[in-house]
Design a protein around this ligand. Structure first.
Ligand code: SF4
Ligand code: SF4
Length: 469
């Protein structure tokens, strides 16, 4: 067995530890190695960002591993911080003010935790957070899921580690699950949770470095997974789908579970040029905001027409329902209503769900159901917020493994992996190369649905001969 380590060039902390044999046998390990070779990394030990990690092999690696720092003490528990007791005992007039009054106070609650209250007081006094830069870090065996926040006030707190755990589908927690997470947080961290972050995961705040691995172990023992940082698939968000919603067209929770079963490794081992988010919505109402927030949005759709129950519609109108208002608001004017019967023009209807939402008693979704794959949405990144573009308007959604859907999603991820620049989001890459080039890479026929504004759309390039020139 030949050891290979990737270590911080400044302090020697080992960030990844493999063997050459593992790299040859496991694709995941090989990809992780290639990724770490190119990546700028924040060392969890000395908090110095390095352009390249130090790579050592064989006897040299074994020697460096034995000599590497395990925990340098740079990120300390509150009790270990020099002068911490004095800092804690210092007066906090601004925070005290927030405890006054008859209403519940978050400061009173925060004081029950191990959070550094003086960081908050000083932040309020100076009107600026006293926490400094932060970043994602990897430890051997925990490649994704840990964030480090440095401190601008080492006299109060040197820094803090956060950990992200993946949420259950639909956000369904049992009280037992939540109690378990709270107990782990009390034992190993500040005793504070961020529930949920914008990415839909739970963040456990303030874990001392030496407690990181025990925390991961404790979470894993109770069936929770850690991940969702760095350049990997992030935590997926889904809607409640068929568990609660009577217009759900696909089982968004079941599809998310199948996704995790298939891709958990890619969630936990960063290897893409940048992060890649996947979200699942059961219908075009898109309660998971998949088409605004995720590189790959899997949205339940139907391709026949909305089903109209004439008797129920008459009853609904008789009870005061305003069908004229719905017809007026149909975005493509696809509905023809003569006061008694309703017709929907198949060519005009875009299956937007509006009429179904407004009158679900009489108008129901069609029965020919599947998934639309929408790509490239994001909030941040080079070209700012971008909405998703339809890549494939209809793919059959066949449980339990949803192979047809995931095979296309795989091709999207491969194209992203191969062609994106470093730290370029999928939406920015598509914007840069054009939708025509992207569809060619993914092996999908271009379609008018991929264009927001034909002939002016930068996402599609026409050849001169196509324009008759
Ligand atoms: Fe229901 Fe559709 Fe919203 Fe999912 S996206 S919760 S299926 S309305
Ligand atoms: Fe109009 Fe939307 Fe209803 Fe189709 S689904 S008829 S586009 S409101």
């Amino acid at each position: 067995m030949t050891t290979v380590i990737m270590a911080c060039p400044t302090c020697g902390f080992v960030i990844a530890d493999f063997t050459e044999e593992q790299m040859a046998a496991e694709e995941r390990v090989a990809k992780r190695y290639q990724y770490l070779k190119k990546k700028q990394t924040l060392c969890p030990n000395c908090l110095i960002a390095t352009k390249r990690l130090k790579e050592l092999r064989g006897a040299e690696a074994d020697e460096a591993k034995a000599a590497a720092p395990v925990f340098s003490g740079e990120i300390l528990t509150p009790e270990e911080v020099e002068g911490f007791e004095e800092a804690e005992a210092a007066e906090t007039p601004l925070l005290d003010e927030l405890e006054n009054g008859p209403w519940p106070s978050h400061v009173t609650e925060l004081k029950k935790s191990k959070y550094h209250m003086m960081m908050y007081e000083e932040g309020m006094r100076l009107r600026q957070t006293q926490w400094g830069f932060g970043g994602y870090v990897s430890l051997p065996g925990v490649a994704a899921g840990i964030l480090v926040r440095a401190s601008a006030r080492p006299d109060i707190a040197r820094g803090a580690n956060f950990m992200r755990m993946l949420a259950p589908s639909g956000g369904y927690y049992t009280t037992d699950m939540l109690r378990t997470v709270c107990d782990i947080t009390d034992e190993h961290a500040y005793g504070l949770l961020h529930l949920h972050s914008a990415g839909g995961d739970i963040e456990i705040l303030g874990i001392p470095t030496e407690d990181l691995e025990p925390t991961v172990k404790a979470l894993n023992e109770h069936g929770f997974d850690v991940g969702s940082t760095s350049d990997a698939y992030r935590n997926s968000v889904d809607c409640l789908g068929m568990s609660r919603c009577d217009v759900a067209l696909t089982d968004s929770m079941g599809m998310r579970d199948a996704w995790y079963k298939r891709y958990l490794d890619d969630v936990q081992y960063p290897r893409f040029p940048h992060k890649l988010k996947v979200r699942f919505s059961g219908c075009p109402n898109d309660c998971a905001r998949a088409q605004q927030k995720s590189g790959i949005a899997l949205v339940g759709v139907f391709r026949d027409l909305p089903r109209v129950d004439g008797d129920r519609l008459t009853e609904w109108v008789g009870r005061g329902g305003d069908m004229n208002a719905i017809v007026r608001m149909c975005p493509t004017r696809a509905m023809i209503w003569d006061g008694k019967s309703l017709e929907i023009d198949a060519d005009s209807c875009v299956r937007c769900m509006f009429c179904i939402n407004k009158c679900s008693y009489a108008i129901r979704p069609g029965v020919d159901r599947g998934v639309a794959i929408v790509v490239g949405a994001k909030f941040r990144g080079k070209y700012g917020p971008l909405l998703g573009k339809v890549l494939t308007p209809f793919v059959p959604a066949n449980p339990p493994d949803y192979n047809e859907v995931f095979e296309i999603a795989d091709r999207v991820a491969d194209a992203f992996d191969e062609h994106a620049r470093r730290k370029e989001r999928l939406g920015d890459m598509i914007f840069r190369v054009g939708m025509d080039q992207f569809t060619e890479w993914v092996g999908v026929e271009p379609s008018p649905r991929q264009m927001a504004e034909p002939r002016t759309n930068v996402y599609y390039h026409w050849k001169a001969e196509e324009l008759g020139r």
